[in-house]
Ligand binder design. Structure first.
Ligand code: HEC
Ligand code: HEC
Ligand code: HEC
Length: 454
């Protein structure tokens, strides 16, 4: 089965010219004379020594796979110097670690790494020289990448990326906790080695989707709940908790994306799911903010249609998991009636010390999301009624969206919602969130079961 997409016409890479070819050439050019033959042999051996990874087609494939793997999300902190590393990541209980320079700079990057060393970092979490990497690098998922794709990625990072002479930053982890040997034990417990194996009972799209979701696209890194060792509880649909939702660092919550009707995305049509993955926006359903906006912007929006289709096929076929028992999150809630009385009157944008949720909504949000909360007619300003963030079991993402706003750019002009962190006191935020959840999200009572600490 050709789920990993063989290129349709493959020319023999330069490095693979065989000794037989040399002999044949020597024979057919036999009449030219000895000096020409020597020259010919010299040229052929020069060709044989060129780097087999310096192959335009292989590099191109690797570039696409690096997008599917969203390597830039963590390894690019300054867009002028792609893959130069230095991106900070909080490790629970340990401290801050910084991503590495993975450009082909021989001194500061990975320019002198062999294919085997590169493969070790991606699939086994072991750096050149044997140092164990922190699982902030998603090698748990990348372990699924096939040999063929590892080669293409290697070709791209060796020959398709500009070297950057940027030294790696030391991690801010207290010395006592900085030993890396516990990671070996962690890997023994939680790393399932071995590249993805095709399931012959499933179709091509399902297998391609499974390969991407479990592997390069590492959806489980954010969407699968974690166990006591901070490990993802399941790494494929064969486990019980796969993609059932979990906390993401920085206060966001990744939703349950299994096909459960209430806690998951079981009510989404295939077309809606595809539209969401490609653009991060489906009006009266969901919008991507925070880390998901980045995943859409840097990776999913740039994938081929057939790969997005494969991801959707797989997601819709995995077992449904009921997670939080909090009732449906996209079907409840009502447009606001009370504010209709205000039509035609200017909205008060000076909110002062007001702690009335409805008035805060009118003052800060209604200009875009509409006085009744159903958004603008063209859907650019989304409806907050039937919105997965407003109706969600936990209010984490709603708070994040209000405090930090939304920013997403997939090359068709940026989608922007301002953040209100500076305008709102803790009390005002709580009042606004309670109002939104009750009115538009259909969540009863202010003491929702899983309320973020103010
Ligand atoms: C979610 C964040 C994240 C993503 C996505 C990610 N990495 Fe990493 N990567 C890291 C971090 C953090 C480190 C450093 C870990 C450490 O110091 O223990 C790292 C380390 C590495 C290393 C080891 C470098 C060294 O000098 O030891 C390589 C190679 C690497 N990543 C390649 C990749 C490639 C290729 C991709 C895309 C297929 C990728 N990474 C995607 C976070 C990420
Ligand atoms: C870096 C973390 C991260 C990764 C990787 C990630 N997601 Fe998400 N995802 C999130 C967060 C956080 C949200 C909630 C976004 C919001 O409310 O604005 C989300 C939301 C979603 C939603 C909307 C669900 C709803 O009910 O509103 C879907 C669907 C989704 N992700 C699918 C995927 C798929 C498929 C992948 C892999 C191809 C993936 N995600 C990878 C963090 C992530
Ligand atoms: C200037 C216009 C504007 C204002 C004011 C505004 N928003 Fe938004 N809002 C947007 C846009 C644009 C989006 C993103 C649409 C998209 O993702 O396609 C958005 C998205 C959202 C989302 C979905 C985000 C997610 O991650 O799921 C929520 C919830 C939301 N807004 C609530 C609010 C609330 C509450 C207020 C008032 C405190 C507010 N907005 C004020 C324009 C605005």
């Amino acid at each position: 089965m050709s789920i990993f997409r063989e290129p349709s016409c493959r020319s023999l890479p330069a490095g693979e010219s065989s000794p037989t070819a040399v002999r044949l050439k020597a024979v057919s050019y036999g009449g030219i004379g000895a000096p020409a033959l020597v020259l010919l042999l010299f040229l052929t051996s020069a060709v044989a020594q060129t780097d087999e990874f310096d192959d335009a087609e292989l590099i191109d494939r690797g570039r696409y796979l690096a997008i599917a793997g969203d390597c830039a999300a963590c390894h690019t902190s300054d867009s002028d110097r792609p893959f130069a590393g230095g991106y900070p990541m909080e490790m629970p209980m340990l401290g801050t670690i910084y991503s590495s320079n993975i450009t082909p700079d021989a001194e500061h990057g990975i320019g002198d790494w062999s294919l085997r060393e590169f493969e070790g970092a991606l699939r086994r979490g072991v750096s050149k020289g044997g140092r164990n990497l922190y699982p902030a690098m998603p090698y748990i998922s990348y372990a699924r990448i096939t040999d063929r794709d590892i080669r293409a990625l290697y070709a791209y990072f060796m020959h398709g990326v500009e070297p950057q002479a940027e030294p790696n930053r030391n991690n801010d982890i207290p010395w006592l906790l900085s030993a890396r040997w516990p990671l070996k034990a962690w890997n023994t417990l939680y790393l399932e080695s071995g590249p993805y194996e095709v399931d012959p009972d499933r179709g091509e799209a399902w297998n391609r989707g499974a390969y991407l979701v479990q592997g390069l696209a590492h959806c489980g890194t954010c969407h699968t709940p974690r166990g006591i060792g901070f490990q993802e509880k399941s790494l494929s649909e064969q486990g019980n908790h796969y993609l059932a939702g979990g906390p993401v660092l920085a206060g966001w919550q990744a939703y349950n994306i299994t096909p459960d009707d209430d806690s998951g995305i079981g009510l989404w049509t295939e077309a809606q799911l595809i539209q969401f993955l490609k653009s991060g926006h489906v009006n009266r359903l969901a919008q991507a903010g925070g880390p998901m906006a980045e995943a859409v912007e840097n990776s999913l929006a740039r994938l081929r249609d057939e790969d997005i289709h494969a991801i959707a096929t797989y997601l819709r076929a995995i077992p449904a998991v009921r997670s939080d028992g909090g009732g449906p999150r996209q079907r409840q809630g009502q447009p606001s009636q009370s504010v209709i009385a205000l039509r035609g009157k200017p909205l008060a944008s000076d909110i002062g010390e007001d702690v009335d949720g409805a008035r805060l909504y009118l003052g800060l949000c209604a200009s875009c999301h509409g006085a009744d909360g159903t958004g603008s007619e063209d859907g650019y300003y989304p409806s907050l009624v039937h919105n997965s963030t407003v109706g969600a079991h936990s209010d984490h993402n709603l708070r994040q969206a209000i405090l930090h706003g939304v920013r997403r750019d997939i090359g068709q002009g940026a989608i922007l919602m301002p953040g209100f962190a500076r305008q709102l006191s803790g009390e005002q935020l709580a009042a606004l969130v309670d109002y939104l959840r009750q009115q538009f999200g259909g969540r009863r009572g202010p003491d929702a079961p899983d309320r973020a600490a103010p």
